[in-house]
Ligand binder design. Structure first.
Ligand SMILES: [Fe+2]
Ligand SMILES: [Fe+2]
Length: 235
């Protein structure tokens, strides 16, 4: 069901319903952490912010996320170029936005809570490793491998190099998958301690969302795009 936000909603409930709403609230300096237990209209009035503008942005974000969830295209029947464009538009742009935004949260909970919750040091280290690797990986796909696949699609001359590059990318997917598994394991499946503040909750929720998006993303590359290209390279 679509979440429709309104002025009487508690600020904390907005973020609980839609963790990414925290970015919008942060941009208006609306406190959802310690000041979460009050209606949105009260928080905006205090800061002299147009409540309708904030609500419009929240509802738009909710709609965008819902739209992104509707992915009923049979990608195995599409051209490689269409699938590549979809991967870049949906998953790489998600990473471009989410990795830097999530870094702030991971760093904040690490700084504030790692003395009481030492697993947050591990989450911090693992996340940063994942971020660096994914940024390099996505760049390699966008600048090297995807263009080569598009060239091969229009001019099917087999190249050994493309095969090797795809092998490398698949190894990198394994590496990313194992970091995500490790994060899940050190957080005990993203279990929150009883004293977890809103930032802590958002961090875990968004890490879990990152994992879901990565799984969908890797699925399109490992199970649909790459095997199809490799099959044609062998022909
Ligand atoms: Fe990718
Ligand atoms: Fe990839």
């Amino acid at each position: 069901m679509k979440t429709t936000f309104h002025a009487d909603m508690m600020v904390g409930d907005i973020v609980t319903n839609l963790p990414k709403a925290s970015d919008i609230l942060k941009s208006y300096r609306i406190d959802f952490c310690c000041g979460g237990q009050r209606p949105l209209k009260e928080a905006t009035a205090e800061l002299n912010i147009n409540t309708d503008e904030v609500i419009h942005k929240l509802n738009q974000l909710s709609l965008d996320i819902e739209e992104r969830g509707k992915d009923e295209v049979k990608w195995e029947e599409e051209t490689w170029s269409n699938l590549i464009d979809h991967i870049i538009h949906k998953h790489h742009s998600y990473l471009n936005n989410e990795l830097p935004a999530l870094t702030q949260y991971v760093t904040k909970v690490f700084r504030v809570h790692s003395s009481a919750h030492p697993e947050l040091s591990k989450v911090h280290a693992l996340f940063n490793q994942l971020k660096v690797e994914l940024e390099k990986h996505a760049l390699k796909e966008e600048s090297e491998v995807f263009p080569a696949i598009k060239v091969f699609e229009s001019n099917p001359t087999a190249t050994e190099k493309l095969n090797d590059l795809i092998d490398e990318l698949e190894d990198e997917h394994d590496a990313a998958g194992s970091i995500l598994r490790e994060i899940r394991s050190v957080t005990n499946d993203y279990s929150l301690p009883v004293d977890a503040c809103m930032t802590y909750q958002i961090t875990y929720q968004r890490l879990e969302d990152l994992e879901s998006d990565m799984f969908a993303h890797i699925h399109l590359e490992n199970n649909i795009l790459f095997p199809s290209v490799v099959k044609h390279l062998k022909e």
